[in-house]
Design a protein around this ligand. Structure first.
Ligand SMILES: *Cc1c(COP(=O)(O)O)cnc(C)c1O
Length: 399
């Protein structure tokens, strides 16, 4: 380890609130799917900033757009109009089933806006209904309202009392949603596929069933596409694969290619904010939305989403193939380039540490699930290289 590497580790432990356990490497540079640490060691990056670096690292086109915007206008208050923001809004509304957008800086903030919309919508349209049905193992962020909506008790309990009005049911259980519905219910709030919860793919009819139930009851269906949106699952939005349209959809992670950006989209009838209801100083500023517009153009105008489907199928096939080669592999699941490798023992942490040593970044999203989320422009050769590393690493795990 170099002097610089040792110093970063020591400084981190003395300077930072220890809010999360970090992987003890310092990344200094990236190019495409590859990153380098401060010792010069390179890694294939199948974490991509947690499904955020959608175009990979140091993408020349994205870097140029950001640099040009920085030389032109980085930030203006949302009390004025700005051109990159309008351009991104047109792309989002023109290429989704939603009608209006509110820009913020992160997934949690996008979801805060969604929760506020549901509360106000219920007040105006469903006799003051305010409850939101959310799911066990669902994840919506770390602010007070979004931990209150997240289905992992450990994230909520240290900070109780949480925001009232959230009811939890099991994911992929339509009957449980029906049973939890009452006159106070304003909305159902789910991820099309649970990412942080362990790459949990619901039954094909789940979202359709939720849509029909919300229509029948006169409630909002809100989809958190912070992780699944912007091409990640092989279509521009994951909801397309279910053949439904949500009333509200939230985005962040991949939308800015790594620049902080969040968006809350709503159908006209659910877009109930009026002047003074909500705001954000940085939300959708020119720098972030110029990056977002560039990423959206790549998704819409190039074969990037087709690449997600092709490389996603390749990754799925290769991970499934490991079942025959290692008793530790129990299967694989996911969609597009958001994939989970299921292990037969709780060794995801060890697999990830050994992969890191072998030059591959992966994420142990659950004790028995390793998550793969490479850049959307990952190549076939990089998929093969990554799975080859996983195959070698599995031979050493537990040994
Ligand atoms: C990551 C994530 C969030 C939180 O996003 P932040 O930008 O970290 O606030 C919310 N919902 C889902 C589904 C996510 O994956």
């Amino acid at each position: 380890m170099t002097q610089a590497a040792r110093d970063t580790k020591a400084l981190e432990s003395s300077l930072y609130m220890q809010a999360a356990r970090r992987v003890p490497i310092t990344l200094v540079r990236g190019e495409g799917t590859r990153v380098w640490d401060d010792t010069g060691k390179s890694y294939l990056d199948f974490v991509a900033g947690i499904a955020t670096n959608s175009l990979g690292h140091a993408h020349p086109g994205l870097a140029d757009v950001i640099a040009k915007q920085a030389h032109t206008l980085i930030h203006v208050s949302n009390i004025y109009f700005s051109e990159p923001q309008i351009e991104l809004a047109e792309l989002l509304i023109g290429h989704s089933s939603l009608d209006r957008v509110f820009f913020s800086n992160s997934g949690a903030e996008a979801n805060e806006a969604a929760i506020k919309l549901a509360r106000k919508w219920g007040r105006q349209n469903r006799n003051g209904a305010y409850e939101i049905i959310a799911t066990n193992n669902g994840f919506h962020g770390r602010t007070m309202a979004t931990i209150s909506a997240s289905g992992t008790p450990r994230y909520r309990e240290p900070f109780e009392p949480t925001v009232p009005g959230f009811v939890f049911v099991d994911y992929d259980d339509l009957a449980a949603v029906k049973a939890a519905t009452n006159e106070r219910t304003a909305a159902v709030f789910v991820e099309p596929l649970q990412g942080e919860g362990g790459v949990n793919v619901p039954d094909a009819g789940y979202l359709r069933g939720l849509r029909a139930w919300c229509d029948e009851q006169g409630m909002l269906l809100m989809l958190d596409e912070v992780q699944t949106g912007c091409g990640r699952t092989g279509t521009l939005w994951a909801y397309e694969q279910a053949g439904i349209e949500p009333d509200i959809m939230t985005l962040a992670k991949g939308i800015g290619g790594g620049v902080p950006l969040g968006a809350t989209l709503a159908k006209e009838h659910a877009a109930v904010f009026e002047p003074g209801d909500h705001g954000s100083t940085f939300g959708g500023n020119p720098l972030a939305t110029a990056a977002g517009a560039y990423v959206l153009h790549q998704l819409i105008d190039t074969d990037l989403v087709a690449n997600v489907r092709a490389r996603g199928e390749q990754l799925s096939r290769r991970l499934k193939g490991l079942e025959d080669r290692s008793p530790l592999v129990g299967g694989e699941r996911g969609a597009g380039l958001l994939r989970g490798l299921e292990l037969t023992q709780d060794v995801a942490g060890e697999v990830v540490v050994r992969a890191l040593e072998a030059g591959l970044l992966l994420n142990p999203v659950r004790p028995n699930i390793v998550r793969f989320m490479p850049p959307l422009n990952v190549t076939a050769a990089e998929i093969d290289e990554a799975v080859d590393i996983v195959e070698r690493v599995l031979q050493d795990v537990g040994g």
